[in-house]
Design a protein around this ligand. Structure first.
Ligand SMILES: C[S@@+](CC[C@H](N)C(=O)[O-])C[C@H]1O[C@@H](n2cnc3c(N)ncnc32)[C@H](O)[C@@H]1O
Length: 246
């Protein structure tokens, strides 16, 4: 019998936290993709799905950025407003934006290029696979997830990113003492995040009381503005990765 194990890549067996939009880009975004992706977008190897990362294809962030510096990864960076702002204000830190929305990545590159930002790379892929297969273990100082898709209908909540299996992949990528920062305007997702993180032995809360203070480095985006306009409370959470056993 032929040995087919590992012969062809497998599709995912779990739902992902996004639905890929048709992604028609404007002419400006198409041009940005052509002109700027070689500078900003990391070339990654895929498994079966177009946004997957093939297991065993880790990058070396020090080689990618040409230096050793603190590394922040933003998941679901959208149009890139938060990460471009952070990268231009903190030139001594390196940033990776992870997003599946190609037009958002194009916009991020245009803004980054205009701002002269060089400490930013983009990955077009499903974030849990980036944390699990692309980034080396303990290589990341902070992971940011601001206004993840809420999937608020009951039949869709299983698509939420911050779910019981998420802390393990985040903990793998974070260094000891690294921080996971979350923000959402959906109360029941905020409660779910807090419950999931309370169960995660690799993390401890980095705040007192019910919720964290608003994170200073988080700028206002359209999603937050929309939540506020609808009268929703914005909730921040922050968790510190515990030390690995020696
Ligand atoms: C509601 S938007 C928020 C965007 C941004 N953080 C902000 O505050 O403006 C959520 C983003 O997460 C992206 N996203 C959702 N699941 C993802 C995943 N598994 N991997 C990468 N990006 C994801 C979506 O494409 C979308 O752009």
């Amino acid at each position: 019998m032929p040995d087919t194990a590992g012969a062809s890549p497998r599709f995912r067996d779990k739902p992902v936290s996004f639905v890929r939009r048709s992604g028609r880009m404007s002419d400006g975004q198409e041009r940005a993709w052509e002109d700027l992706s070689a500078t900003f977008v990391l070339a990654v190897e895929r498994d079966a799905a177009a946004t997957s990362i093939r297991p065993g294809t880790e990058i070396d962030p020090v080689a990618e950025f040409g230096r050793r510096a603190p590394l922040v990864v933003e998941i679901g960076s959208g149009q890139g407003h938060a990460i471009v702002h952070a990268a231009s204000s903190l030139p001594g830190t390196d940033f990776i934006a992870v997003e599946v929305f190609r037009a958002g990545l194009a916009r991020t590159m245009l803004d980054a290029d205009r701002a002269g930002v060089r400490n930013l790379r983009l990955v077009e892929a499903n974030a849990p696979e980036v944390l699990q297969h692309l980034l080396p273990e303990a290589s990341v100082d902070e992971i940011w997830i601001f206004f993840p898709d809420p999937w608020h209908k009951k039949k869709h909540t299983k698509r939420r990113l911050v779910a019981p299996e998420f802390p393990r992949v985040a903990a793998r990528a974070l260094r000891d003492g690294g921080v996971l920062r979350l923000a959402t305007d959906w109360e029941d997702y905020a409660l779910q995040m807090r419950d999931v993180m309370a169960e995660a032995g690799e993390f401890a809360p980095d705040f007192d009381g019910d919720w964290a203070e608003r994170f200073d480095g988080r700028i206002m985006t359209a999603f937050e503005r929309k939540g506020i306009a609808k009268g929703r409370d914005i909730r921040d959470l922050a968790y510190r990765r515990a030390a690995r056993d020696a």
